[in-house]
Design a protein around this ligand. Structure first.
Ligand code: ARG
Length: 308
């Protein structure tokens, strides 16, 4: 039975959405292009996540540049235009272009970004540079704290690292835990007027949603189950027809920090089980090596922002 009103809710448990299916949410145009930041100044200087432990000073910059270039060429080979933002000296993590903002399209089809508020003060310095790029490229900029009633505290929000649109739908998956604060979901819900599905991250190694949750298409997602609680798993199971579970080993090899575009799935090499599963499910895995970036806790997904 079709419903008259499309629900806009903040959802923490599946009980709130049992009456609704994916088709009840409005369609959304996926961005087709990619924004990347050259790794000119990339290195590991301080430890901000478990993957960075023991990695300070170990990055091979020349190899990182080659790996980044190879990834850029893969995007181009599958028909994406790769735009770049100028790297800034001393902002070594600026190369991880997935974290500073969350882009979207408003109801009039105008592109916008919600600016992030990074947990790490040094990383927060990246945000104004990204803001500038998006303004210059015609995006309308929204501050996450525009929806705050008092100005005392801005919750942390790490952009597309923790907020991932459901493919093709106005429905936002938003995680909280090590980086993004729980309160962000409330603000996103009211700022964007979209339903936000909240997921709690339960394992410090999976510090961003993009390390343990990878959407492939409207019906398919790959996850590492151990990163979520029972409520989160129930929500994921409710909205995706096919949930592919990835082993702990492959998840720790950043198999889920992958990018799916039109049936192609670009992912870190060295995860044979998931490559096999993807092939059997009719997708085309494309393996790359991002070893130098993994020393900083990031891989394929982290190295880009999808843009309009
Ligand atoms: N060193 C960066 C950090 O800890 C890596 C960010 C990786 N990005 C991501 N979306 N998971 O913030």
């Amino acid at each position: 039975m079709s419903k008259l009103v499309c629900p806009v809710m903040l959802v923490e448990t599946v009980s709130k959405v049992t009456d609704y299916r994916l088709g009840d949410f409005p369609k959304r145009l996926e961005p087709g292009n990619v924004l990347m930041c050259p790794p000119t100044h990339f290195t590991v200087k301080t430890v901000q996540n478990p993957f960075m432990e023991g990695k300070v000073g170990t990055v091979d910059t020349e190899l990182a540049k080659k790996q980044w270039q190879a990834l850029k060429e893969i995007y181009e080979s599958i028909g994406c235009e790769v735009k770049t933002i100028d790297p800034v000296e001393d902002l070594e993590d600026m190369v991880f272009a997935a974290n500073q903002v969350l882009p979207g399209l408003d109801d009039n089809g105008r592109p916008f970004v919600i600016l992030g508020e990074m947990r790490n003060a040094k990383r927060n310095e990246e945000v104004p540079w990204y803001r500038r790029w998006f303004v210059a490229n015609g995006y309308h900029v929204i501050d996450i704290d525009d929806a705050m009633v008092n100005e005392e505290y801005t919750p942390c929000f790490e952009g597309q690292g923790d907020a991932i649109w459901h493919p093709g739908r106005k429905l936002l998956w938003c995680a909280y835990g090590p980086r993004t604060d729980k309160q962000s979901a409330t603000l996103l819900n009211s700022l964007l007027n979209v339903t936000v599905l909240q997921l709690k991250l339960n394992d410090a190694r999976f510090y961003h949603l993009d390390t343990c949750f990878c959407t492939i298409d409207e019906d398919t997602v790959m996850i590492y189950e151990g990163a979520f609680d029972a409520d989160g798993l129930a929500l994921i199971g409710h909205f995706f027809k096919k949930v592919i579970s990835v082993s702990e080993n492959e998840a720790l090899n950043f198999a889920l920090n992958a990018v799916a575009i039109n049936g192609n799935v670009i992912l870190q090499k060295g995860s044979p089980q998931i490559v096999e599963t993807l092939k059997k499910s009719g997708f085309t895995p494309i393996e790359v090596d991002t070893s130098e970036f993994m020393k900083s806790g990031g891989s394929v997904f982290c190295l880009k922002m999808m843009v309009y």
